[in-house]
Design a protein around this ligand. Structure first.
Ligand code: ADP
Ligand code: MG
Length: 595
């Protein structure tokens, strides 16, 4: 058999490798902005067309490059930032792999003009799909101006997989934010389709945060600062009462590099324990400085996770530092939320929750109930599912019998800690998660509205306004129409502000602003292609936001309706996000507990 292995031509190898580094237009923004920062720029301008699919251009006033360097910079593993393996342990620049420009040039059309400050004349290079089309002297200002056009023009399969413009723009804005927050000393601007989205003057960290997130964040910021031999940290944390239900204002930076770190995120969350509204996430902008030798940024070109040598100790330091700042601002003691409605299990030492009244309903009439079963298809449906209500049971747990008169359906229903609905069924005790049950009901309703293009009944509101950042606004404009079908009327007022004019009449969330935040958060945390899948996603986000929250006391008729409607759903067992709604503690299990 002849030999069959051959070396791939560079252009193909580069295209394959590019897949690692360049996933979407936002990757271009990140890599090019980082190069400009590494080049010591004071002013960096980012210009985007069509959410980056036709153009991503970055203009800086940094060092610029010589003609030879400019040409070389597009070779794979061509970098000025490290030269030996040892250098990997003392990295102070954003880049060091020498892969970005080679990758970009493999999958797009690139034109770069660059000039050293000491030179009279600059260089222009044009490369399309790794092929150099032009290289010659040009007159241009000192610094670098690189324009990347038609990303993935030569990889149609990848171009096809770009998401909607607003999604791509949102990714771009996220990357932009990460770089600009880490470098407040640099002036940045971002333009999209000739509209200026950001213009950030040279400033300090606080001013930069305000520049990115709007003035209203100012009174929310608490300073945090700790200096240890292992790590220095400074920055800002948000006041707990301002914490939103959405991610988007949580930033860690290590040595001016954005990172994600779920373990350290927990350190912050734990420091806020018991002082946050339910499900809220505090804002934080925390800058860590550590000896580069003790961190590993080398995991993967596009991963933002970073490993620390002394992770546990840093966890402790961070936790203590956040606690201390919260304490200094008198936040920890003054804001201890009533436990009711937030947490399921009371912390040790507190009185246990009061048990609901247990009464026997002496007027109970199994025959009339049987009668009703024949009429009411819902009850039959859930009888089928769960073996029916326990009509013969002598030890029934029922709510106060005076409330029972006007209720139909299986009456042994009550609410536990404003979170679970309990009812007695033939096989034992059924537990229903009230929020998930309502999510399921709403989901079915919204999905139906979206599919049939009908509008769900609206409850009009005294308009409420809400300030959002650019990336959230980008999402909203994408889903505005669908939200309207679900009964949510949102208008953009300009100045980063929206007004909320109506919400679905079936919503049990009293706060429309919070609903918007939940919708945005849910939307961001699930990636799906536009089209049919997007309906699922919107219905799921909406149901999450409009569902009855934990902590809400329900009247018996409300509980009844919730349970009835749940068992009309095609899938009453699982919430739209796949979590169990219903569970049964069997009689056997109950017997065992009391054995
Ligand atoms: P890396 O940043 O990992 O070194 P890149 O492919 O991003 O790799 O860039 C290759 C080299 O090109 C850099 O090391 C740097 O010397 C040079 N370079 C890239 N962008 C700029 C810029 N905007 N200004 C000056 N030099 C640049
Ligand atoms: Mg780089």
């Amino acid at each position: 058999m002849p030999d069959i292995i051959k070396l791939l031509p560079d252009s193909v190898a580069n295209q394959i490798a590019a897949g690692e580094v360049i996933q979407r237009p936002a990757s271009l923004v990140k890599e090019l902005m980082e190069n400009s920062v590494d080049a010591g720029s004071n002013i960096i301008k980012v210009i985007i067309k069509d959410a980056g699919s036709s153009l991503v251009q970055v203009i800086d006033d940094g060092t610029g490059m010589s003609e030879t360097d400019c040409r070389l910079s597009f070779e794979r593993h061509a970098t000025s930032k490290i030269s030996t393996a040892d250098d990997l342990f003392s990295i102070s620049t954003k880049g060091f792999r020498g892969e970005a420009l080679a990758s970009i040039a493999a999958v797009a059309m690139v034109e770069i003009k660059t000039r050293l400050h000491s030179d009279e004349i600059g260089t222009i290079v044009k490369i399309n799909g790794s092929k150099v089309e032009l290289q010659e002297p040009v007159s241009c200002p000192p610094g670098t101006n690189i324009a990347v056009k038609n990303l993935f023009y030569n990889v149609p399969a990848r171009r096809k997989f770009l998401k909607s413009a607003s999604t791509e723009l949102r990714h771009i804005i996220n990357e932009f934010q990460r770089v600009v927050l880490a470098h407040p000393g640099v002036k940045f601007s971002l333009h999209h389709n000739d509209k200026e989205l950001f213009n950030l003057a040279q400033s300090n960290i606080r001013q930069r945060i305000i520049g990115v997130f709007g003035k209203s964040i100012n009174q929310n910021l608490i300073n945090i600062e700790t200096d240890t031999s292992l790590v220095k940290l400074n920055g800002f944390i948000g006041k707990p009462e301002h914490a939103r239900k959405t991610f988007g204002e949580q930033f860690f930076f290590v040595n001016k590099r954005y990172m994600r770190h779920s373990y350290l995120h927990k350190a912050v969350m734990e420091a806020y324990q018991n002082i946050l509204p339910p499900e809220a996430i505090p804002a934080y902008f925390i800058f860590l400085e550590a000896d580069p030798a003790t961190i590993d940024v080398n995991i993967h070109p596009t991963k933002t996770e970073i490993k620390f040598e002394n992770e546990r100790i840093i966890w402790q330091i961070l936790h203590a530092s956040v606690r201390e700042s919260l304490g200094k601002f008198n936040i920890v003691p003054s804001l201890d939320f009533d436990n009711e409605g937030i947490i399921d299990i009371p912390p040790a030492g507190r009185e246990p929750a009061e048990m609901p009244h247990i009464k026997i309903d002496n007027d109970f009439n199994p025959f009339s109930e049987d009668d009703r079963y024949k009429r009411d298809p819902n009850v039959r449906a859930w009888e089928k599912l769960y073996g029916g209500t326990d009509t013969e049971d002598q030890n029934r747990i029922i709510p106060d019998s005076k409330n029972m008169g006007d209720i139909h359906g299986p009456e042994k229903l009550f609410q536990v800690r404003n979170k679970y609905i309990i009812c007695s069924v033939k096989s034992g005790l059924m537990i229903i998660d009230q929020k998930r049950a309502h999510e399921r009901i709403l989901y079915d309703k919204f999905i139906n509205a979206l599919k049939t293009n009908t509008v769900v009944a609206q409850k009009s509101l005294f308009p409420k306004t809400l300030e959002l950042d650019q990336s959230d606004l980008a999402i909203l404009s994408e889903i505005e129409e669908d939200l309207k079908n679900c009964g949510f009327d949102v208008r953009y007022l300009g100045n980063n502000t929206i007004s909320i004019n109506s919400q679905p009449s079936s919503s049990m969330n009293e706060d429309p602003r919070e609903m918007i935040e939940i919708i945005l958060e849910e939307y961001k945390s699930t990636e799906k292609d536009p089209g049919d899948g997007n309906r699922d996603k919107i219905a799921a986000c909406m149901s999450r936001a409009a569902a009855v929250p934990y902590g809400k006391t329900l009247e018996i008729p409300e509980i009844r309706e919730l349970v009835d409607k749940l068992f009309q759903c095609t899938n009453p067992n699982y919430s739209p996000s796949g979590k169990a709604i219903v569970s049964i503690i069997t009689l056997d299990e109950l017997d065992k507990k009391l054995r």
